[in-house]
Design a protein around this ligand. Structure first.
Ligand code: SF4
Length: 263
């Protein structure tokens, strides 16, 4: 059954669907983790559909601007994970935390011995079996506008500039993640102009979180979903990481497979 998502990324659940037992899944595949502390680790990815933000550069356009996929019950998702090799699972999106059933899925996977990473924009906290919370706080440069329309299609930004801007940073939710889980803060960076905001966000989070946030948990990732785009940003971002003492993260999957789906 195709996913029918409302514009704000929360599900419009069909009558015959049990929301507690079902997730809208855009794709499920096995690949290498491309980003962050676990870059290079073989992992099974469960990509949910639907997001509460709308970054103009979203690299999973069909989970946010135009969410597509199929409703799959959790037994089916767990079975599909178990059919694939390895013991690392990445729950990603879209924004997986907008779906309550994500908590149950993580608990079930953890009970089976899987290491779980949740890739989230950090705006919705969930108490779940999470081994690595990969927070990706969105910078002001992520906000769509007529000058920065959606990169993956021709969706209308109607109302989303304001909604995105209001929602994109939630220090209470991010602090709870940092306090509860092993965390990485992953910033998509286009150039030096982004660094003052990165530093402001890290500083605010350090003030609100009850635990230290080492520079090594702050990752700068070049913006770009193709090799050509990364070619022009990765050196700049690597230099910024060196200059500020943060960690650089590559996008291994783009380097290897470019923008092929299912990688
Ligand atoms: S938060 Fe992530 S999934 Fe949502 S629009 Fe931004 S990049 Fe896309």
């Amino acid at each position: 059954m195709p996913v029918n998502a409302t514009v704000d990324g929360e599900r419009e659940v069909p009558e015959d669907i049990d929301a507690a037992e079902t997730l809208p899944v855009n794709e499920l595949f096995h690949s290498l983790q491309g980003e962050g502390k676990l870059a290079g680790v073989p992992s099974t990815f469960v990509r949910t559909s639907g997001c509460n933000l709308r970054c103009w550069f979203c690299d999973s356009y069909h989970t946010s601007w135009e969410p597509t996929g199929a409703w799959r019950d959790l037994d089916d998702v767990v079975a599909a994970v178990e059919e694939r090799p390895g013991d690392h699972v990445v729950l990603t999106g879209g924004e997986p935390t907008v779906h309550g059933a994500s908590v149950d899925l993580l608990d079930r996977l953890s009970a089976r011995g899987y290491h779980t990473t949740v890739e989230t924009n950090g705006t919705v906290f969930r108490d779940a079996a999470i081994d690595l919370a990969s927070l990706s706080p969105k910078l002001a440069t992520s906000t769509p506008s007529p000058e920065r329309p959606p990169a993956g299609g021709d969706a209308n930004i109607d109302g989303w500039a304001d909604r995105h801007e209001e929602r994109r940073l939630d220090y209470d939710a991010m602090s709870r993640y940092v306090e509860a889980y092993d965390t990485q803060l992953k910033f998509v960076v286009t150039g030096p102009d982004d660094l003052p905001e990165v530093e402001r966000i890290v500083e605010c989070l350090r003030e609100t979180a009850g635990v230290p946030i080492p520079d090594g948990d702050v990752l700068l990732m070049p913006e770009g979903t193709t090799r050509e785009e990364l070619e022009s940003t990765r050196r700049v971002v690597a230099d910024l990481a060196l200059e500020h003492g943060y960690r650089y993260t590559p996008r291994v999957h783009v380097d290897i497979w470019n923008d092929a789906p299912g990688t």
